[in-house]
Write a protein that binds this ligand. Structure first.
Ligand code: ZN
Ligand code: ZN
Length: 275
């Protein structure tokens, strides 16, 4: 059984209303032995202001809230204090700020994710108007590659192909062909492997009406073929009832690829866990 959910959000994220302790309770009820909160830190998110920071949180307050919870529930589970960093190509200024933050606080786990393209959020349908899905996905994978060339301070690369969730029907089906992006995806995988960074299995795909988690199966197969082994698993749940969603199905799919287990991160060190 998969007993660790390493991608979850609490109300420290702009898009979640869940109190951190409710997430811990939810994880305990599901029988997990590790829950890692990875709240959003997308520095310089479009439209953010000092008065109303979007997708940023007060890290001091995060630690002063989560550290006692970690202690309080330590007999039941390991509460990982994590963060999901928004990666942006060509933003040395943000990379420096993120490095400072990670040097100042003892995080357990750092996810690196690409959420923004051209300083815009492709979560919104308006981004797709007047563009083709192919152009957008091409830009997305290339931005991801550039970002991870430029930035090292993360442990696992978040939701590789999650962008397909947001392809509007006017732009085609919510899928893509590995072949069309093979070169850039292979480069991403090779770089992760060289840098000893993990790849995330993000199970939210399975609840967003897609047939597979992210990355999809044949793309994950390619990662394995290239020698990738470090995998982390997360639901991307933003509420207690979304914790560990589809973990049973995920385990079945991973075992079908002869994957023996997954990795958990504590104090930014990877530990292998067998299924
Ligand atoms: Zn994300
Ligand atoms: Zn997330």
């Amino acid at each position: 059984m998969i007993l660790a959910d390493q991608h979850t959000h609490s109300n420290f994220s702009t898009d979640s209303e869940a109190a951190p302790e409710s997430m811990v309770q939810g994880a305990i009820e599901k029988g997990l032995n590790q829950l890692t909160l990875t709240d959003h830190m997308d520095l310089d998110y479009p439209g953010t202001t000092k008065e109303d920071p979007l997708f940023e949180f007060d890290v001091e307050k995060y630690f002063s809230t989560l550290t006692p919870l970690k202690e309080k529930h330590s007999d039941k589970l390991y509460l990982g204090i994590g963060i999901e960093l928004g990666l942006r190509p060509g933003r040395e200024d943000l990379n420096k700020q993120m490095n400072k933050l990670l040097a100042d606080y003892p995080f357990d786990f750092v996810l690196g994710s690409v959420h923004l393209l051209d300083n815009d959020d492709p979560y919104y349908e308006s981004y797709w108007q007047g563009r083709t899905a192919k152009d957008i996905l091409c830009k997305y994978f290339n931005d991801m590659l550039t970002s991870i060339k430029e930035y090292n301070n993360f442990d696992s690369l978040g939701h590789l192909d999650y962008l397909i969730r947001y392809i509007p029907s006017s732009c085609g089906r919510k899928t893509y062909s590995y072949k069309e992006y093979a070169e850039v995806i292979d480069e991403i995988f090779k770089l992760l492997i060289t840098k000893n960074k993990a790849l995330e299995i993000n199970t939210a795909g399975l609840i967003k009406g897609l047939p597979c988690f992210h990355p999809k199966l044949n793309v994950l197969k390619r990662y394995l073929e290239l020698g990738g082994e470090l995998l982390t698993i997360g639901s991307d749940g933003h509420a207690p009832d979304k914790i560990a969603t589809e973990f049973a199905k995920t385990e079945e799919l991973l075992k079908s690829l002869n994957i023996p287990g997954y990795y958990v991160y504590k104090k930014r060190k990877a530990e292998f866990v067998k299924f």
